[in-house]
Design a protein around this ligand. Structure first.
Ligand code: E4P
Length: 216
């Protein structure tokens, strides 16, 4: 399973990259706003840190506008992945960009039928939003499972990028289902290493080691 980090904060990306936890990056307009930086310059800096796909999301809602913005993003670096909303215009742009050899990430997916359309449009990634479905009392993981089944039924190559990941349990469930990628906030990725028994065990070992008076 690939780990993408869902942020436009370059200090977090550098820290996680040093830990080997960044196979790619996803951003969205809200994360760009939070960074306080220009989308082109921050995306360029992220691409200088990370070799894997770095998703930059278009803001246009019409096909021509999406294609114009995609051309701007494409000039930044070869690993920029064009992120498009799951609308008819977004799917059309996805089809064109895929034919041009660009990586695409179709975002804001909330149904299996939407994911089917993205695969038919040749998307590199489909981003089902798990947490936002949980927020409205649906089970986001049901959607990941449905998409996995459909893509396997027809051997679609579009990768399932489980997004809107809020908890470490989301990561485990997505991995059990067989999502190809998860994108998660930095804090969730770092907390995957945490377990109270690990912390407690280490505390005991260090205390006992101090009592031995030895040094290595
Ligand atoms: C995915 O690409 C999105 O940027 C992100 O996962 C959305 O997460 P949120 O629902 O926590 O905002």
């Amino acid at each position: 399973m690939k780990f993408f980090v869902d942020t436009a904060d370059v200090s977090d990306i550098r820290e996680l990259a040093a830990l080997g936890l960044v196979d790619g990056v996803t951003t969205n307009p809200s994360l760009i706003l939070k960074s306080g930086r220009g989308i082109v310059e921050v995306t360029a800096e992220i691409c200088s840190i990370v070799d894997g796909p770095v998703s930059a999301e278009v803001a246009a809602t019409d096909y021509d506008g999406m294609m114009r913005e995609a051309a701007v993003f494409s000039k930044i670096a070869p690993n920029v992945c064009i992120k498009l909303p799951l609308t008819l215009d977004g799917l059309r742009a996805c089809r064109t960009l895929t034919a041009e050899g660009r990586q695409t990430n179709v975002t804001l997916c909330f149904s299996a039928n939407q994911a089917l359309l993205a695969a038919k449009a040749g998307a590199t990634f489909i981003s089902p939003f798990v947490g936002r479905l949980d927020d409205i009392n649906l089970d986001g993981m049901d959607l990941i499972q449905d998409i996995r089944t459909i893509y396997d039924n027809y051997d679609y190559k579009t990768q399932i990028l489980a997004a809107s990941i809020r908890t470490v349990n989301h990561v485990k469930e997505a991995a059990l289902i067989g999502a190809d990628v998860i994108t998660a906030p930095p804090a969730v990725l770092k907390s995957l290493a945490n377990h109270p028994l690990t912390a407690k065990g280490l505390e005991t070992f260090l205390a006992d080691w101090a009592k031995t008076g030895q040094k290595i």
